[in-house]
Design a protein around this ligand. Structure first.
Ligand SMILES: C[S@@+](CC[C@H](N)C(=O)[O-])C[C@H]1O[C@@H](n2cnc3c(N)ncnc32)[C@H](O)[C@@H]1O
Length: 464
């Protein structure tokens, strides 16, 4: 029997697919079921049918999986911030490891890799050091709010319903950030309401208030508030900045980014410091990092420390090596390796990231790191010094095939590949298969209650 749109089936969910959806096979066809986890017994309806797979929605719950827990957040089930809160944390870790292993096997044809158990996040709530909340002029109502006709359907500030840019609900509390973040969110909400200025419409692209970004320094328990608007306003913006600085001693700076672009990104065409400091300082290991509003910094500081410690362990540095770090961002990896290597060269194409990296070297009195600005496809062929160790930490899309070829021409003794996307990781490892052996793989969880996973792979040159 063929699976068709609109059909219903009684099933038990048997697996989990990347993206966090439950998986069941019906007559050989993979069916992805939103909100379901392995062990759930459910009545489902097929909502979408493609050539090789189908999607379904749960119509009725028959029996809950033993892996389910009561999610503490009232928005669990429709918030895009975390989709796995109803899954026991130990089970999340198991599925994340399984996802890395299966990607290596199915995409990379690497069957003998030693994939270690996932290193857990030391905190599973309040772990995020950066949050972005969007403003909307027409908020999405939660099922509970739908029952209350007195609720104002206009302004809202908060997180998105998964996969949508325009469905924003008024988030009163997010458990992924430390609690002061929720007080800041609420104060900004009240200020926006009383300001008389309109929120930005995600459809109309008109209005003033666009985003609130909060950053938290774990080491020093300090906060940076970044307010993003569509235009300048010399009266209102300093008022909110001073209000926050006066109310909260932990807020050390209030920044304003201004963007008239339609794209939903918080980086403005112009940035000014409204009050206090323009950067926030956090610490990983022995080093401090100055983070500006739009710098890249891993969003789970404690988790990042474990991730980078694994990178250092896999790099096996003795102090005499030249290390080349591809996609070096704000220089976190070069700085953390600087005390164990002779020198570290970072390649990065974002000018602001290179400026941050150089600044962070000065801040930490690190003198053996240098950074080369430009697209790696152009800067890598110009590297004349053969590195003993190569670190690769690309964006989600992975490496360009030309870069993989250039890496093979350098032929370092060891490579450490850091990835936030198991699928592109597995694809890229195919390029290195002839010359390198995957010695071990360490998944590290930086994002509890989401299906995202970081992995660190140790590659050793094959003896010929
Ligand atoms: C995942 S981040 C790595 C960040 C850094 N290793 C860290 O842990 O903070 C990827 C970085 O690659 C940079 N990037 C992306 N494509 C690039 C390219 N073709 N050439 C150079 N840098 C690139 C991005 O600007 C970004 O900073």
């Amino acid at each position: 029997m063929k699976v068709k749109k609109g059909q219903t089936f009684e099933v038990e969910i048997s697996g989990i697919a990347f993206g966090g959806k439950g998986l069941v096979r019906i007559n050989g066809m993979a069916v992805f079921v939103d909100q379901a986890v392995p062990g759930d017994q459910v009545l489902i309806r097929i909502t979408r049918k493609k050539k090789n797979y189908a999607e379904a929605r749960v119509m009725e719950w028959r029996k809950a999986s033993p892996d389910r827990v009561d999610p503490p957040c009232i928005y669990s089930g429709f918030c895009g911030g975390c989709k796995w809160q109803f899954l026991e944390y130990a089970v999340q870790l198991k599925y994340k490891r399984q996802h890395v292993q299966e990607s290596l096997e199915h995409i990379g044809q690497i069957r003998d890799a030693r994939v270690h158990p996932t290193i857990p996040s030391s905190q599973i709530f309040g772990y995020r050091n950066k949050m972005e909340f969007s403003c909307t002029d027409r908020r999405w109502l939660t099922p509970d709010e739908m029952q209350r006709p007195e609720i104002d359907k206009g302004f809202g500030i908060g997180l998105h319903v998964p996969g949508t840019f325009f469905k924003v609900f008024d988030t009163k509390r997010c458990l992924l950030q430390p609690d002061l973040g929720n007080q800041l969110l609420d104060d900004v909400r009240q200020f926006i309401i009383s300001s008389g200025l309109p929120p930005y419409g995600l459809h109309s692209h008109e209005g003033f208030w666009r985003f609130l970004m909060l950053r938290h320094s774990v080491a020093f328990d300090r906060w940076m508030v970044n307010i993003v608007t569509a235009a300048e306003h010399r009266k209102v913006l300093p008022r909110i900045a001073h209000l926050l600085m006066e109310t909260y001693p932990a807020v050390i700076g209030v920044i304003h980014n201004m963007t008239a672009r339609k794209a939903g990104v918080t980086t403005g065409e112009s940035e000014i410091t409204l009050a206090g400091d323009s950067t926030l300082i956090d610490k990983i290991g022995a080093f401090e990092f100055e983070i500006s509003a739009n710098s890249f910094f891993q969003t789970n500081t404690r988790g990042a420390a474990k991730l980078y410690a694994t990178v250092k362990q896999y790099a096996e540095l003795s102090g005499s090596e030249t290390v080349l770090d591809l996609y070096s961002g704000t220089g976190t990896i070069p700085i953390l390796l600087s005390d164990a290597a002779r020198d570290v060269i970072g390649l990065e194409m974002a000018p602001s990231a290179v400026a941050d990296a150089e600044n962070n070297c000065r801040h930490n009195q690190v003198e053996n790191c240098r950074f080369i600005l430009g697209d790696i496809r152009e800067t890598l062929p110009a590297i004349s010094q053969r590195p003993e160790v190569l670190i690769i930490d690309p964006p989600r899309a992975g490496m360009h095939p030309d870069v993989a070829k250039q890496v093979l021409a350098l032929l370092p003794e060891r490579m450490v590949y850091v990835s936030c996307n198991p699928a592109t990781l597995a694809r890229d490892l195919i390029s290195f298969k002839e010359a390198y052996r995957v010695e071990e793989v360490q998944p590290v969880d930086l994002f509890p209650h989401t299906y995202h996973i970081e992995s660190v792979v140790k590659l050793v040159k094959k003896v010929v």
